[in-house]
Design a protein around this ligand. Sequence first.
Ligand code: ZN
Length: 409
Amino acid sequence: MADTLIKVDLKQSPYDNPLMHNRWHPDIPMAVWVEPGAEFKLETYDWTGGAIKNDDSADDVRDVDLSTVHFLSGPVGVKGAEPGDLLVVDLLDIGARDDSLWGFNGFFSKKNGGGFLTEHYPLAQKSIWDFHGMFTNSRHIPGVNFAGLIHPGLIGCLPDQKMLDAWNAREAELIATDPDRVPGLANPPNGTTAHMGKLQGEAKAKAAAEGARTVPPREHGGNCDIKDLSRGSKVYFPVYVEGAGLSVGDLHFSQGDGEITFCGAIEMAGWVHMKVSLIKGGMAKYGIKNPIFKPSPVTPNYKDYLIFEGISVDESGKQHYLDVTVAYRQACLNAIEYLKKFGYSGAQAYSILGTAPVQGHISGVVDVPNACATLWLPTEIFDFDINPTAAGPVKMLDGSIDMPISQDK
Ligand code: ZN
């Protein structure tokens, strides 16, 4: 029997729950303590703490205050964990809550967050996905239905002060190269909306002012958004502080490689059932700087794909040198153009790439000047045949259903 050590009331603000936090800082007190070998459950909010609603308007996506994210459950202190150890986390199971059997996907406005294709889709849009056991579909995107590969977008241990200082210094240096860029190059600390767990008073104010934002993945893992780090996987996290301080949140029912839509995958509130143990001194023993993990024995079994290639020549025809980001963007844009021929709007196709179990591969990085990336679109998730034929594509959708869109204010 695994006790639920952190409970979440979705009707309550996460700011009123001291077992949540939304920044990384070594001074955040442990929410709970467990022994090595313990098996337990944690409940989580969705990453925005309930800001995005199950409705047919994208105004909430447009207006969301991104300085509030991500709301994480934890930190969980593991007795005996010391800097230099590896914290072994078995993700025994992950699920949605009975009182919240839905999730959201969307794109932020370019003026408030943006996304991988924000130059092409600069306005806020949203799709809502309903869960039917292990399957999901969306009333905003007809013709697709697929099995979820549930995973935490965000999981990792607390940094020590030295690592935190390094994060803040290097990200500030990047921001300084183009401080007025929209969206910003990185997100500096923001004490105003920081939730530092049980920390209160002056100690809270000091930590909040320098607490690292949870947006990027870093050495500790964090917001890696790896779809294959799913229920059934085993992760080895570097430990930097006494007790390790493991936190988790940003659960995804499903996600395509790259989480290109940014808001986000299929975002949901839920629970994680896990077990923790330690490898003493494991960081040095195995030469570990970033987490490593073993995948789940259970994954959606889609075997047939249509694979789109992209190279590092951008939309304007400009040549880039071995740039896999440009190449993957071209692969995504190519897949979207293809799906539009079946009647999808560009937004719907973009949302499918962000949510379905789409694979992204770095295919070549040596053939100067072009990197080659591929996007693997599973054909079996569609209600109709999307393969190319001599007869040409059959337009299956009439365009009467689309994702809500919100103009910038
Ligand atoms: Zn997410």
